[in-house]
Design a protein around this ligand. Structure first.
Ligand SMILES: CC(C)(COP(=O)(O)OP(=O)(O)OC[C@H]1O[C@@H](n2cnc3c(N)ncnc32)[C@H](O)[C@@H]1OP(=O)(O)O)[C@@H](O)C(=O)NCCC(=O)NCCS
Length: 151
């Protein structure tokens, strides 16, 4: 079971209220995640979404290195997780689960009671992360699962 443990050399932090520096790091990660997207479009998207009170971001760093991000939007009173991403070389070490746990914690702190996410049926890693964090999974259409957690 992949589970993150801080060591003397590597400490994981997850930030949710993003500063300017965080935005630059998040743009770097999203550019890795979406290599065909122009960096200028990514930055425009981030800047416009950051001012939207119904979009939430999480940025994971090991020491100072950005290693993963997630974002979610409010939809019908619930937090709908839209994306979770960890750098390929940092996967399977429990970082995805830590980001998901941070999402759950901050959704509760913001007064939400439900978190949802739509996961492609073939995305075993994402399904494992959601299962490990207590989401209930039900089939949605022929090739997705709907993951729901009440907090
Ligand atoms: C989904 C993702 C964020 C998970 O991040 P991560 O840091 O690797 O997650 P964790 O290490 O916390 O957990 C990974 C889990 O997936 C499992 N897993 C990974 N690859 C797998 C595979 N090919 N088949 C089955 N299980 C797999 C691991 O065993 C682990 O589960 P376990 O702890 O129960 O053993 C990462 O894989 C990623 O960025 N994928 C690309 C983007 C993506 O698909 N995002 C989700 C849809 S938006």
């Amino acid at each position: 079971m992949a589970e993150w443990k801080d060591t003397d050399k590597e400490k994981l932090t997850i930030t949710t209220d993003l500063t300017g520096c965080d935005l630059v790091d998040l743009a770097y990660l999203r550019a890795k995640d979406l290599p065909n997207e122009r960096l200028a479009n990514i930055v425009d998207w981030l800047v416009s979404e950051r001012t939207n009170s119904e979009t939430f971001f999480w940025l994971a760093r090991i020491n100072n290195e950005p290693v993963g991000y997630a974002y979610a939007e409010e939809e019908s009173g619930a937090v709908e997780s839209k994306k979770i991403y960890v750098l390929p070389e940092r996967r399977n070490k429990g970082i995805g689960k830590e980001i998901k746990k941070a999402q759950i914690k901050s959704a509760g702190q913001k007064g939400y009671h439900k978190i949802t996410t739509l996961i492609p049926a073939e995305n075993d890693a994402s399904l494992s992360v959601s299962r490990a964090c207590g989401f209930m999974l039900s089939s949605f259409g022929s090739n997705h699962y709907n993951a729901v957690l009440y907090v």
